[in-house]
Structure formats: structure tokens, C-alpha cells
Design a protein around this ligand. Structure first.
Ligand code: APR
Length: 230
């Protein structure tokens, strides 16, 4: 049986593809006030602005491609049972070929009914922009399929389950500022090795040894693969 390799990724995973992080200087939350575009209150106040923000993100996503980091993780499926738990709302892990992906914070390429959260719709590259008052066939308004600050994170349950089963746990490109995602580290079993790939120093919210690979995602994943194959 293949070992279970669980990878938690954040915005840094997609930097080398050309997408910004949130909290680095010049990051998204510097350019757009988070309370305006990523909270239920922001949506109440100005849904047009929120739709415009996510339409821009979708347009940007059409122009970028997976990087060697995403591809390296997809290639690891040959030797490991890999699950990616991502905080990213882009689809670059999918496009790189990873097959088991848990999106903790939703997906840019989807929208859903504001009334019935199980009615989720996949957008296509030729219809990726949502008008502020766009509705579904039931007449319900559509909202981005994104977990905003202050909202529940339904995918945390499957993410905890798989984290508890991990034989190897890897963290890539996340500042570990946002919960419950950062709290997943607490569910990694005691003897399981934890690797952390990030060009900057990241404060880890658990008191145990971590193998730090202080590099960007592409080089870092290449190094991880070397270490795992040793
Ligand atoms: N390779 C890997 N990591 C990188 C790279 C790179 N080339 N460049 C920057 N990073 C790292 C940064 O050093 C930082 O530690 O990526 C991390 C990005 O951190 P954040 O901007 O805080 O992003 P993230 O942790 O994913 O944010 C979590 O917060 O705003 C919300 O919902 C949003 O999912 C997001 C969540």
C-alpha cells in the first residue's frame, strides 16, 4: 500500500504561476480591503464590488498556468497516495494533474445559489464573469463559491480526517495565519514527519520538529521529492 502524503497549500504555491499572495506587501489584502470583498457584510453592502473582485480573479486565472511545484506534487502520486488540502481558490492543482484535492476556501470557477448552498454551478472559460444580479434557473441570486471570513468551513471535516491518516505531512506557501486551516497541523500524528516549504520563515502553531525547506514552491517541491526518495 502506498504511504499517505498529505499536503496543505496556500497562496505561495501559486506565486510562481503569477498569482499574488494575500499578506505579503503588495498582496491582495493590501490592494482590496478584505472586509469589502471577502466577508458576508461586504457582500450585503456592495455585491457588485464583490462580483467584480472575483470576476477579476477568474480572468487572471485564465491567463496563468500550473508551475513546477504543482506538477511535482501531481507526479508524487506515482509513489504516494497524495491528498492536497488547499486554501487556494484557483484550479492549478487540478490542472497540474493532482487527483485528490480538498478546497477548504472554495473555488473561483464555481458559483452557487444564495438560498440553497448545495446548488453549485461550474463556470466555463467563455462564461466566467458573473453579473451582480445574475440568477440561476430557480431565480435565486448567485454568489461566489468562496468561504468568506466569518463563514463556516465545511470542508474542514474531511481535511481533519485525512490529516489524521497522514504518514507524511507537507505545508507549502501558507503563512498559517488563518484558522481552521492552520489548526490542521495539530491533527498530524506524533511520529509523522512534517515538511514546510516557504521562502520566508513561518511560525508553526505546533511544538514539534519540522523539516524546513526554505525555498519557493518549485525548488522546494523538487527538494522534497529528493528527500522522500532518499
Ligand atoms: N513559494 C512558496 N511560498 C511562497 C512563495 C513562493 N514562491 N512566495 C511567497 N510565499 C509564501 C509567503 O512567504 C507566505 O508565507 O506564501 C505565504 C502566503 O501567505 P498568505 O498571503 O497569508 O496566504 P495564505 O496563507 O494562503 O492565506 C490563507 O487567508 O486571506 C485568506 O482565504 C484566504 O486562503 C487564504 C487564507
Amino acid at each position: 500500500m502506498k504511504k499517505k502524503l498529505v499536503v496543505l497549500t496556500g497562496a505561495g504555491m501559486s506565486v510562481e504561476s503569477g498569482l499574488s499572495t494575500f499578506r505579503d506587501s503588495g498582496g491582495l489584502w493590501d490592494r482590496y480591503p478584505v472586509e469589502d470583498v471577502a466577508t458576508p457584510e461586504g457582500w450585503e453592502k456592495n455585491p457588485a464590488l464583490v462580483q467584480e473582485f472575483y470576476n477579476k480573479r477568474r480572468k487572471e486565472l485564465l491567463t496563468v498556468k500550473p508551475n513546477d511545484g504543482h506538477r511535482g506534487l501531481a507526479a508524487l502520486e506515482k509513489d504516494y497516495d497524495v491528498t492536497i488540502i488547499t486554501q487556494n481558490v484557483d484550479n492549478l492543482h487540478e490542472r497540474a494533474g493532482s487527483t485528490k484535492i480538498i478546497h477548504l476556501h472554495g473555488e473561483l470557477t464555481k458559483v452557487r445559489s444564495v438560498k440553497n448552498e448545495s446548488r453549485i454551478y461550474e463556470l466555463s472559460p467563455d462564461h466566467y464573469e458573473i453579473a451582480p444580479d445574475e440568477t440561476d434557473a430557480y431565480g435565486d441570486r448567485l454568489r461566489p463559491h468562496i468561504v468568506w471570513f466569518g463563514e463556516a468551513v465545511p470542508m474542514i471535516e474531511p481535511a481533519i480526517d485525512i490529516t489524521e491518516q497522514a504518514d507524511i505531512f507537507v505545508v507549502i506557501g501558507t503563512s498559517l495565519n488563518v484558522y481552521p486551516a492552520a489548526g490542521l497541523l495539530r491533527y498530524v500524528r506524533p511520529q509523522v514527519p512534517i515538511y514546510l516549504i516557504d521562502p520566508k520563515e513561518v511560525k508553526v502553531p505546533v511544538n514539534r520538529p519540522v523539516h524546513v525547506i526554505q525555498k519557493g514552491a518549485s525548488e522546494g517541491v523538487a527538494e522534497l521529492i529528493r528527500l522522500l526518495h532518499q
